[in-house]
Design a protein around this ligand. Structure first.
Ligand code: NAP
Length: 452
């Protein structure tokens, strides 16, 4: 028998657990999937936008894995804290796979970032996704006419879309009632999504980009002159040589550039070649506008400043410039990459593989790729672990780790507790005349799980 703890129940953790129990080379693998939150699924529950039902439905396949009899979900278990240091976890299990993601947002490092009304996209996403750590966030949406979203990745597209959508489109989602109510009374009319490089260098994927042009009552506009700064824009041979995603993105943007902007109400402006310079505020300490410096291609894929500045009005600024891994006490960490050093998923301590410690997902490879990217990533890690199984299984464990977790003062939410949360969310939604609606606070979640 080989007992493995997987820390984190997002896609990489669940795929790692699945690979470990479904393989045939090493019989008798039992996996506990631990999560700090009472609810499973990580960023599929708390990061995928609520209006992306198809991607959200992936929870169904993650659920099937967690219901495997060889796998146990244990929520409300914080690893790395005083009750359960990483060293203790390694005593309780033969091996530990850390799939803890990349929890922190990145800063712009410009003046004005601390003004009221300036937030990370990650905190906005957490708030509208009902993450219990974000329940007290406030975005003052009724006072917002114009918003700026900094960045050109899929998270920037997500928050731009959610800001621009009307309440009727958000109501069928599982968005918590307070977030839905706040978005419904927002006076927002304009969202500018601003990239520091060119249209062929956006990090968004084409499906997500195109969706911005399909929102009811929303005009999506781009300035053809801004697109034309990109050297490939008017060079068909260079455009044809781009990677497929960049080529298709360019086609979508070209379509909007030639279109009548319309006047349906809300407007999304996709802006390019503008890099953040400063965030401007009023005497009340609230953001009023964001200053950008016009950039120009430097011929090496980057940009350089031109000394020309432009202010875009905004009462809300969301910086969406990528995630960053956070060190976990007791685990080595490479601060420059925001990841744990590893070789094929084996954690490296002073350059040598540490017996029994593994990583998968964003904490292993950085915050890149779509959900499916985690499958091969987790498989590689699980294969390394299984190759080490002979050595790992030699160590005698003292008993069921769950008893030790409880003895340490932890109160794990087991699978029936999670099912009770799900049922409570269905009831909550029904009380509002909606489908299932997320419980957005710790006490509500723990109460529903029978732990309050
Ligand atoms: P991302 O894809 O890495 O994009 C980050 C963006 O921020 C880039 O446009 C980058 O521009 C820009 N940026 C970085 N530093 C900046 C600065 N100082 N000033 C201005 N701009 C700056 O990150 P993400 O959007 O957070 O997404 C993370 C991952 O989650 C990605 O793999 C994404 O595809 C995935 N995701 C997928 C979906 C989906 O499939 N629907 C949804 C959400 C997230 P440069 O390119 O110039 O550096």
């Amino acid at each position: 028998m080989l007992r493995v703890a997987v820390v984190g129940s997002g896609p990489s953790g669940v795929y790692a657990a699945q690979t470990l129990v479904q393989q045939r080379e090493v019989p008798g693998v039992l996996v506990d999937v631990l999560d700090r939150l009472p609810a499973p699924y990580g960023l599929v529950r708390y990061g995928v936008a609520p209006d992306h039902e198809k991607i959200k439905s992936l929870q169904g396949s993650l659920r099937t894995v967690l219901e495997d009899e060889r796998i146990r979900f244990l929520g409300n278990v914080e690893v790395g804290g005083p009750a359960l240091p990483t060293g203790r976890l390694l005593e309780l299990y033969h091996a530990v796979v850390y799939c803890v993601g990349a929890a922190r947002d990145r800063l712009l490092g410009i003046p004005g970032e601390d003004l009221a009304g300036v937030h990370s996209a990650t905190s906005f996403v957490s708030w509208y996704s009902g993450h219990p750590d974000a329940v007290d966030e406030s975005f003052d949406l009724p006072g917002v006419d114009s918003a700026v979203v900094v960045g050109a990745g899929n998270v920037a597209v997500d928050v731009t879309r959610i800001l621009a959508r009307g309440p009727a489109e958000l109501e069928p989602t599982d968005m918590p009632q307070p977030a839905l109510g706040a978005l419904a009374i927002s006076g927002l009319r304009r969202v500018a999504m601003v990239a520091r490089r060119g249209p062929s260098q956006g990090k968004f994927t084409t499906k997500e980009l195109r969706e911005l042009g399909t929102l009811p009552g929303v005009d999506t506009v781009v300035d053809p002159a801004e697109l034309a700064i990109d050297p490939v824009y008017e060079d068909p041979a260079a455009a044809a040589a781009l990677p497929a995603v960049a080529r298709r993105n360019l086609e979508a943007l070209r379509g909007w550039a030639g279109a009548d902007p319309g006047g349906s109400g809300r407007r999304i402006a996709l802006r390019f070649y503008l890099r953040p310079a400063e965030i401007l505020g009023g005497p009340d300490g609230r953001v009023t506008a964001m200053r950008f410096e016009r950039t120009a291609p430097d011929g090496r894929g980057g940009v350089s400043g031109t000394g020309v500045f432009e202010d875009i009005e905004a009462q809300l600024v969301l910086r969406s410039v990528g995630y960053k891994g956070v060190p976990l006490a007791g685990l080595p960490f490479d601060p420059s990459k925001g990841t744990v050093p590893h070789a094929a998923g084996r954690v490296l301590r002073a350059g040598r593989a540490s017996v029994g410690e593994y990583v998968a997902g964003w904490i292993k490879r950085g915050p890149t790729g779509v959900i499916g990217t985690n499958r091969p990533c987790a498989k590689e890690t699980a294969s390394s672990l299984l190759q080490d199984a002979g050595v790992l299984a030699r160590r005698e464990l003292s008993g069921d780790p769950l008893d030790a977790l409880r003895a340490a003062g932890l109160h794990p939410v087991e699978w029936p507790g999670w099912l009770a949360i799900e049922a409570a969310e269905t009831d909550l939604g029904r009380s509002f005349g909606r489908g299932s609606v997320k419980i957005p606070d710790w006490s509500g979640l723990l109460g529903a799980a029978g732990l309050a």
